[in-house]
Design a protein around this ligand. Structure first.
Ligand SMILES: [Zn+2]
Length: 283
């Protein structure tokens, strides 16, 4: 196979990036919320009707009753709304890492997560690390309301960055699993490597095709300094060029879960995308 053909075939297989968005579920029973809301609405309707049309409440003594019914209905409806909604932000889990939607989107790439623990007292998953701008960030994901997100974070983290997952196996077994149909699946653009620093040499990537990206943790490397193993533990042998290594670089050495993710950076990147990446980096 000629070199250009090989490149073409690889570009076609370039992985797409995805993530899942999880909206917080109310911790309270859905049935309870519905019953309260229905009773509240019914009471408000009945009270209003009685106030304006009800003959039974015509005399002075009973005149006030419809008003009380309306008030009680309003209270019930209010309680239903309060129980039915939650203040927990939406959580995203996927190729770019773990993100929390609190007003704006703050994302922790897998390679910037330093520790994932389980807090038994609050039944929450605690994800600690740094966001994309390097600021410290701790995301607490409660099982109550975010069961699906907890399942996905634990599952992905154990596969991508097993070294920083500090949770007992006994606890992991009890946690929900990552359901295939959980959350809302979102397609993402390829990672923009231009402007990022090589994780091995510190050299800034100025030309997209020079970048090699670890498919597990999305660490970026310059093609000339790709190590044999990424800091996350993934084998990078299949990404190493002759520049970085001239003795034992072979494609057969790639780890089994890395074989489908070859050289994502070999996609053609438009100038516009590159400019956008640079812009993002400034902010
Ligand atoms: Zn990695």
């Amino acid at each position: 196979m000629s070199d250009s053909k090989k490149k073409k075939a690889k570009a076609k297989r370039a992985p797409r990036r995805h993530e899942r968005r999880f909206l917080a579920q109310s911790a309270h029973s859905k049935t309870l919320v519905r019953v309260l809301a229905a009773l509240g609405a019914a009471a408000m309707g009945a009270g209003s009707w009685a106030h304006f049309y009800g003959q039974v409440f015509a005399d002075d003594e009973k005149k006030a009753i419809p008003v009380y019914i309306v008030a009680a209905g309003a209270v019930l409806a209010g309680v239903a709304i309060w129980l039915g909604t939650t203040t927990e932000p939406a959580i995203r889990v996927g190729d770019p890492g773990v993100a929390v939607e609190r007003g704006d989107l703050r994302r922790m790439p897998w390679n910037a997560i330093s520790q994932i623990t389980w807090q038994e007292g609050t039944l929450s998953l605690v994800v600690m690390g740094r966001d994309e701008s390097g600021k410290e960030l701790t995301v607490k994901v409660p099982l109550n309301g975010h069961a699906e997100a907890v399942g996905w974070i634990v599952d992905e983290a154990r596969r991508r960055i097993p070294k920083v997952v500090d949770i007992d196996d006994a606890v992991v077994e009890k946690l929900p699993s990552a359901g295939e149909h959980a959350g809302q699946k979102i397609d993402l653009e390829a990672l923009q490597a231009v402007g990022k620093k090589c994780s091995a040499s510190g050299k800034t990537i100025s030309y997209e095709p020079d970048a090699r990206i670890c498919s597990r943790c999305e660490r970026v490397y310059h093609k000339a300094s790709v190590p044999k193993k990424c800091k996350c533990g993934a084998s990078l042998m299949h990404m190493r060029s002759k520049l970085a290594d001239d003795d034992d670089a072979t494609d057969d050495d790639a780890g089994d879960d890395d074989t489908s993710d070859e050289r994502p950076s070999e996609r053609k990147t438009s100038k516009r995308q590159r400019a956008a990446a640079e812009e993002e980096d400034v902010t």
